[in-house]
Each structure stands twice: as structure tokens, then as C-alpha cells.
Design a protein around this ligand. Structure first.
Ligand code: ATP
Ligand code: MG
Length: 388
């Protein structure tokens, strides 16, 4: 009887011929997440991945595995031979660990058998093991409808017996769906947007704009902290940090006041596109959400995205703010997001920002700016932070 941890795959199982590719990416991501925890082995057996040898840090392993995309749940198992006596012993041992003397506990045995040559069919195995449990343990009772405890038995080359199923995050393994550059502000939305795209398998790096010294060093640190919190799910990532102040000053001096937000957003997109092209990102990602603020009306979004040719993903576009906040709390970025530091967009904030900008007027205003030079300078002065 050996202890192992089983990893159940989510959508990957639907992947047909590509399945191996997705599984191998997932195994790479698991190995990266378990680095530094000690020696272990990892193997596939008929549809699941198993990890053997990290018993002493089991809780840490589970914590880390339940934050990896592509996994739906994780279970500490006992691995035995497929001999029915071994299976009975393991089931009794696991169930015994779960009950106490005082109360009567209901249970059910659930068997799956991927080895169809196994001499007994699944319901028979469940019945025989259930009977053995009743013989051996006093205060348990069978309830096949709503048992308090489920005992699971997977019969494969080996048999795996488990009770606990720790829910993981679903999605697809990071790295199976290209690379995206997330425009990360200090707000609530953009970290959630990054999380959602990463969950669909997109490898993420971040781009942040600040207006130092108008915005503080601590505002910058807050964004790096958000990136660090996001990296729990994404793995190591880069944050490209760009000072937007000269661009904002140029807009402020040369363009109508109410266009400030739209014009600076168009610069953010252009800089994002340039960095993406130079570093092989396939898309830009923002936390934009329809109707939330003046720069997020359909007209504003239209005019902002016309500055670039690149695909922009806005995974939060249709969510209510309350739902975004719930997600931010769930992924544990919320507390950092609400720290009260100024954002670069609050610098030169117009009193009455446009909600219905006209592309023609915006293009006219931009004629007074040396766009390429401003972008070149901003990018030349970028700082890259590596979040481990
Ligand atoms: P968030 O909570 O993400 O800040 P928000 O509700 O404040 O969003 P806006 O400020 O209008 O919305 O920003 C919309 C999106 O534009 C952000 O989600 C982010 O992707 C991008 N963005 C805004 N400000 C910055 C910034 N300083 N650096 C990088 N990206 C930014
Ligand atoms: Mg913001």
C-alpha cells in the first residue's frame, strides 16, 4: 500500500488527438509548481496523473495543485494491487481515518473499472468492499443516495482508493493557447481579466503604465504585488513598466482636455501592440467592462481599439462589478487592489471625460502629436520586472 496523489484532468479529456500535448504541458506545469518540495515521481495511468513520494508535504502539494489550470480535482489516494483483499484493506483504513466513535456515519462505495478484463464488474466490487467495511467498522451505515462519505475505487493496472476530492480550478494548462500581454493597472478588474485568460491556457506577462513622479513608488509596488499574486496561478511572469508621463504631458499641452483619457488609452494600446510584436505576444488583454466608466462605453472602446490592429481580449466585458469583486476575492487579489494608491489615469483627469468620442476628432487631435517619437521614448525607458 503506497500513498500517492491523483490529479483528475478537466477539459483535457475532450481533446482527442491533441490530448497528449495538453497532458504533457500540464505535467510541465505541475513539475514547475512542485519545484523545491523534494524528490518525487510523476506518471500517467489511464486518464489521470499520479504523484508519488511527497507524503510529508502532502498539504502543500495539494495547495499548489489546486491552483493549476487544467486540473479539476486532486485526491490523496492509497495505491494497491488490484487484489480484492488489498482493496478492502485500503478502503477500511481510509474510512477509519475519517470517522470518530460518537456518531454513526453513512457511506457509499463507488467503483470505476477502466480495466475491463477485471473479473468483477464495478457494482460487484462496490458491494463486496461495502460488506467488508460493515463487517470491520462498527458505527457506519450504507446510504447510496446521499452518503456523508464516498469511498472511491479506481481499478486500473493498479487500484487507487480515495475519499477526499479537493476541487481545483478547471480550465486548460497554461501554455496551450499562446501568449498574451495583460494591461495591468492597480485596480480590481485587470488582475481578474488576466486570471480568466490564463485559465483558458494563455501564458501571461503584464504591462503597467505609471506616471512617476506624479504617481508614487508605492503605487508601483502595489502593482508588482498584484503581479506576484497572479503568478500563483500563471507561474513566473514579467512586468513591463512604462512611464506614461511625457505622453500625458504632451496630450495635456496639445489636445482638448476632455479627450485626455481616450488619447492616453490609445497610447497604451499602441505601446502594448509594439511590445507584443517585439516579444511575440499573440493578443492584448484588458479588464475593460462595458459601461463601467466613460472610457468603457461602446463608442469609447471602438475609438480606443482603432489605434491598433491587434486582437484585444476583454474577458470581463459583460460581468457586473459585484461578480468581478467576487472573483477578485476568490483569487485573492482583492485586498491588494483596494489599497489606496493613485493610478496614472488620475493624473490630468478631465472634469468631463467624453463618453461618445468621435474617431475623426480624435485623429485630428493626434495630428498635433509626434506619436512615433513619444512611443519610442516611452518604450526605450521601460523597466522589466521578473516575478518568480
Ligand atoms: P481596473 O480595475 O483594471 O483598473 P478600471 O475599472 O479602473 O479597471 P479603467 O481604469 O478604465 O478601468 O481601465 C480599463 C483597463 O485598461 C484596465 O482594466 C487595464 O487593463 C487597462 N489599464 C488602465 N490603466 C492602466 C495602467 N495604468 N496600466 C496598465 N493598464 C491599464
Ligand atoms: Mg483602473
Amino acid at each position: 500500500m503506497d500513498k500517492v496523489i491523483s490529479v483528475s484532468l478537466g477539459e483535457i479529456v475532450l481533446k482527442g488527438l491533441n490530448r497528449k500535448y495538453f497532458e504533457n504541458k500540464l505535467i510541465d506545469n505541475i513539475k514547475r509548481a512542485l519545484k523545491g518540495l523534494g524528490d518525487y515521481s510523476i506518471y500517467k495511468e489511464q486518464g489521470k496523473i499520479y504523484i508519488e513520494g511527497l507524503e510529508s508535504v502532502e498539504q502543500t502539494v495539494i495547495n499548489r495543485l489546486t491552483k493549476i489550470f487544467g486540473i479539476i480535482y486532486v485526491s490523496p489516494c492509497i495505491r494497491t494491487s488490484t487484489d480484492l483483499e488489498d482493496i478492502k484493506k485500503a478502503s477500511i483504513k481510509l474510512l477509519n481515518e475519517k470517522i470518530n466513535e460518537e456518531e454513526i456515519v453513512t457511506f457509499k462505495v463507488n467503483t470505476t473499472r477502466s480495466d475491463k478484463r477485471y473479473p468483477l464488474i464495478s457494482p460487484e466490487v462496490s458491494r463486496i468492499v461495502g460488506a467488508a467495511i460493515l463487517d470491520e467498522i462498527d458505527n457506519v451505515k450504507v446510504d447510496v443516495v446521499s452518503p456523508k462519505i464516498n469511498v472511491y475505487i479506481d481499478i486500473k493496472e493498479n487500484a487507487y482508493i480515495y475519499i477526499d476530492k479537493f476541487k481545483s480550478r478547471g480550465g486548460l494548462p497554461i501554455g496551450t493557447n499562446g501568449k498574451g500581454l495583460l494591461l495591468l493597472s492597480g485596480g480590481i478588474d485587470s488582475p481578474v481579466a488576466g486570471y480568466m485568460m490564463a485559465k483558458r491556457g494563455v501564458e501571461i506577462d503584464c504591462l503597467h503604465f505609471h506616471s512617476y513622479p506624479f504617481t508614487s513608488q508605492r503605487a508601483e509596488e502595489k502593482v508588482l504585488k498584484l503581479a506576484e499574486e497572479l503568478s500563483i496561478y500563471t507561474g513566473p511572469l514579467k512586468v513591463y513598466s512604462i512611464n506614461l508621463l511625457n505622453i500625458q504631458k504632451a496630450i495635456n499641452e496639445n489636445c482638448p482636455e476632455d479627450q485626455m483619457t481616450i488619447l492616453s488609452r490609445r497610447f497604451m494600446m499602441r505601446i502594448g501592440e509594439r511590445i507584443a510584436q517585439e516579444n511575440m505576444y499573440d493578443c492584448l488583454i484588458t479588464g475593460e467592462n462595458l459601461g463601467q466608466v466613460a472610457s468603457q462605453t461602446i463608442d469609447s472602446i471602438n475609438v480606443i481599439e482603432k489605434a491598433v490592429n491587434m486582437t484585444i481580449f476583454r474577458p470581463l466585458i459583460g460581468f457586473d462589478k459585484t461578480d468581478i469583486v467576487k472573483m477578485a476575492i476568490d483569487i485573492e487579489t482583492y485586498e491588494t487592489s483596494i489599497l489606496p494608491f493613485e493610478d496614472c489615469c488620475t493624473v490630468f483627469l478631465p472634469k468631463h471625460p467624453l463618453t461618445r468620442p468621435k474617431l475623426k476628432e480624435i485623429l485630428e487631435a493626434e495630428e498635433s502629436l509626434d506619436i512615433e517619437k513619444l512611443i519610442d521614448e516611452a518604450i526605450k525607458n521601460k523597466i522589466i520586472h521578473h516575478i518568480k
